[in-house]
Design a protein around this ligand. Structure first.
Ligand code: PHE
Length: 364
């Protein structure tokens, strides 16, 4: 076969045009690959075949034709690269389109947690007292016998110890002192606070307490108390009553009735218990439903629920912490936080606070 340089150059030109036109029509990766094989394929590619003819040219004609052929090859290589790039971009665009964020779609609701009803009530109680000028202090749940009993005027062997069903623990404190227990009330903080400070004292002590007790609708083996203590010159029982009335008004509103009765706690003299009318039976002691009368189990048929113990701090207690009982007097009180929450919300079983049932907890 004779080859002539100008024929070959024309062939190459035609090939360029044809190839570039075909390239624009290649709409997929597969088509593009087929195109590459058709024009640039090592064995049967049209350009490859054309270039093979360069060898048949005369040595003089070869450089010019060779240069032309190389330009065509370059143009096709470039064209292929451009087309590959364009296809890739289009694919990405399509993917982005498919995944586009629809900002008008409603969001997924985020479940919001909340404070436990005990914690809410605790904070409300503390707010009532702190707004009357009380400070807040906390103490240990694992306590020494000395603070839980002895410094509260309850010596070893005293029958008053039977008032608290105690969980004793086999433990010695950092100074080698024992016996230890899970505090049965927050009252040990009375002594701890007075030991560390000089009067005047006005403090409330929130905290968890423990009792070795069978549970029922109004008793748990652990619960929360808030202790209160005010000591200064000239504090009287009127201050106690005024403070606790004010507390009751703030938490329950003016319509709730309260009652003070004499009670015995070894660390106060006189001692009282403060009660409120039962929210379940409205103080009746029994519930009426459909003409039938049922005993009220919340107040155990008494119509009253005791919400706190209180009294004037016993002179012995002041003496034991180094206060002069001739100079100082004070009052103290201790209330059950869950019990207050039950009154406030009409909850009829204290065990619900610790059952961790969200159907209950969600209501607060
Ligand atoms: N600590 C007593 C109790 O838990 C309550 C109380 C506190 C009584 C302060 C009087 C004064 O039963």
């Amino acid at each position: 076969m004779t080859t002539n340089a100008s024929d070959l150059t024309r062939t190459l030109e035609a090939l360029r045009e044809e190839a570039l036109r075909a390239l624009d029509a290649a709409e997929s990766e597969e088509r593009l690959e087929a195109w590459r094989v058709a024009y640039l394929g090592r064995r049967e590619g049209k350009l490859t075949l054309a270039m093979r003819q360069l060898g048949a040219l005369s040595p003089e004609a070869r450089p010019a034709a060779g240069a032309a052929a190389n330009q065509v090859k370059l143009a096709l290589d470039e064209g292929l690269a451009r087309r590959q790039e364009a296809l890739k971009e289009r694919a990405l665009e399509r993917m982005a389109q498919a995944q586009r964020l629809d900002v008008t779609m409603p969001g997924r609701p985020v479940p919001l947690g909340r404070l436990h009803p005990t914690t809410q009530m605790l904070r409300e109680v503390l707010d009532a007292f702190t707004s009357m000028g009380f400070q807040v202090a906390e103490g240990p749940e694992v306590e020494l016998d000395r603070y839980n009993f002895e410094l509260l005027n309850i010596p070893k062997g005293h029958p008053a110890r039977d008032m608290w069903d105690t969980l004793w623990i086999d433990h010695t404190d950092a100074n080698g002192e024992r016996p230890m227990l899970l505090r049965t009330h927050t009252s040990p903080m009375q002594a701890r606070v007075m030991e560390k400070t000089e009067p005047p004292v006005r403090v409330v002590v929130p905290g968890k307490v423990y009792r070795y007790e069978n549970t029922d609708a109004t008793h748990e083996w652990h619960f929360h108390q808030v202790e209160g203590l005010a000591v200064d010159e000239g504090i009287t029982f009127a201050n106690l009553k005024g403070t606790l009335y004010e507390f009751a008004r703030r938490i329950f509103g003016p319509e709730r009735r309260v009652r003070f009765r004499c009670d015995y706690f070894p660390f106060v003299e006189p001692g009282v218990d403060m009660a409120m009318d039962c929210f379940m039976c409205k103080g009746e002691g029994h519930l009426r439903s459909g003409g039938r009368s049922q005993p009220c189990r919340v107040c155990k048929e008494t119509g009253w629920i005791e919400i706190m113990g209180a009294g004037m701090v016993h002179p012995r207690v002041l003496e034991m912490v180094g206060y002069d009982p001739q100079k100082y007097t004070g009052f103290a009180f201790g209330l059950g936080v869950e019990r207050i929450a039950m009154l406030k919300h009409g909850i009829d079983d204290i065990r619900l606070f610790y059952a961790n049932d969200v159907r209950f907890l969600r209501q607060f």
